[in-house]
Design a protein around this ligand. Structure first.
Ligand code: FCB
Length: 442
């Protein structure tokens, strides 16, 4: 997590269908071939369902975006309309010469009510997998990218011990539909994100916490419940972690029961933590924010890493950016090499090969991203050369998308998306990335 928690929460997280389209997708009729060859370094781009699909109305986040008060800058709405334009998205990945695409399946579409499974939506995601495979793109599938069904949140969500069973049942359903062709399965995206706040240089204050509490209370009322539990919108996220860890373990078993050879892991939010004084609390922070997951990750097949910068850890928490730090025009730190350093840490902490499932930069000026990408990749190269097993680099993000609390303000995409026509325009930074990748894949 970078220094300022409010930025972090705004930037990265919430505290931190169409039948016609499906028919059209069918009509595009890919012929699945075998999965892309294993053992190849994955060069790809990442997305998540809620941030690009649009109208994810049965999800917990949709409710949080629409109740009042809501801390969201704007609702997700149509997002990038990727529920209908997913084929075009995968075509862009292909056009760029990348060999991996990370996307998430939306639990609330697959199980819109408890006890109600949508075969049509499983088929939809299965077609996405087929199209990836037919284009030589390894599908990296995330089961939980923050969002869950509204019914799950209203029944107590991750605060209940039944959460693990419910998530494992969902994971098994998805595995039965997709696992035979998927390259890697990520159970949880950044389940540790909410734990980082208290170590930030400006931990969330009472005003922020009460804004979240008011939103969640309003969401509970809207659902006729007395609670609405969302991991990233919970005043005491630590209380939920045990159930999330159990959910990961059970989901992993469920996935392996379907296909034992499918690599499974989870992805943590890990900045490049740097101790700035001899008595830095860096190890206490790591134990607190990553520790709850590291043990179970030792039985995973890979460790997923998501890095967006560097944290300078002082005697109590992170300190603000030192004056000597290189800065971007907007004042944020310029340090693309964070990802290589964080990969080194994560491998040493878990003993697992690292899959970089996210790394990127919020840059309205695409020229900054074009400079960022080669430097970030150079840090990955350096880590690999020093013996750290890294199995892939998936840039966040393929598309400019719905960035949680911040709405459509931040620009992480390799591809711009017109907010009215949904027209995709590949940015120069994407071609820069493509050039680097092409030199390595040929
Ligand atoms: C990460 C999230 C991802 C996106 C990026 C910018 O924390 O996993 O969805 O918001 O930050």
């Amino acid at each position: 997590m970078s220094g300022n928690v409010k930025d972090e929460l705004n930037r990265r997280a919430l505290l931190t269908g169409g039948a016609a389209a499906l028919t059209a997708a069918c009509a595009s009729g890919p012929t699945p071939t075998s999965p892309p060859s294993r053992g190849r370094f994955l060069w790809g781009a990442a997305t998540s369902g809620h941030q690009i699909e649009g109208n994810n109305i049965a999800s917990d986040f949709w409710t949080l975006e629409h109740v009042r008060p809501s801390p969201f800058a704007e609702p997700s709405g149509d997002a990038c309309d990727s529920l209908h334009r997913w084929d075009e998205d995968i075509s862009i990945v292909h056009q760029l010469g990348l060999n991996a695409y990370r996307f998430s399946v939306e639990w609330s579409r697959i199980q819109p009510e408890q006890g109600c499974w949508s075969q049509a939506m499983l088929d939809h995601y299965s077609r996405m997998v087929d199209v990836c495979v037919s284009r030589g793109i390894a599908p990296v599938v995330t089961l939980n990218h923050f969002t869950a069904p509204g019914w799950f949140a209203a029944a107590g969500g991750w605060a209940t011990t039944s959460a693990a069973d419910l998530f494992a049942a969902f994971s098994e359903k998805v595995s039965r539909a997709l696992a035979d062709r998927v390259s890697h399965m990520v159970t949880f995206n950044e389940p540790n994100l909410a734990l980082g706040g208290r170590w930030s240089s400006s931990p969330p204050g009472p005003a922020y916490i009460s804004a979240i509490e008011a939103c969640v209370a309003s969401a509970a009322r809207a659902n006729g419940s007395d609670r609405f539990v969302v991991l990233l919108a919970h005043p005491e996220p630590r209380k939920l972690i045990r159930n999330v860890v159990a959910a990961h373990v059970q989901a992993r078993a469920a996935i392996r029961s379907v296909r034992s050879s499918l690599p499974v892991g989870l992805s943590l939010a890990i900045p490049d933590d740097v101790a700035v004084v001899a008595n830095s609390v860096i190890e206490a922070k790591r134990a607190d924010v990553y520790g709850p997951f590291l043990d179970v990750m030792r039985d995973d097949d890979f460790a997923g890493l998501q890095t967006y910068g560097r944290d300078y850890i002082g005697t109590e928490r992170a300190i603000p950016l030192p004056p000597s730090a290189a800065r971007r025009p907007d004042g944020r730190e310029w340090f693309p090499a964070a990802v290589g350093n964080a990969a080194r840490y994560l491998h040493n902490a878990t003993g697992k090969p690292v899959l970089i499932t996210e790394n990127g930069i919020d840059a309205a000026d695409d020229a900054e991203r074009a400079r960022f990408i080669p430097e970030a990749i150079a840090s990955v190269d350096a880590a690999r050369q020093s013996g750290i097993p890294i199995i892939g680099y998936l840039h966040w993000s393929l598309l400019d998308n719905f960035e949680w609390l911040s709405g459509y303000g931040p620009k992480y995409g390799l591809v711009a998306v017109d907010r009215t026509t949904f027209r995709r325009t590949i940015k120069p930074s994407a071609w820069r990335y493509a050039e680097i990748v092409s030199a390595r894949l040929t």
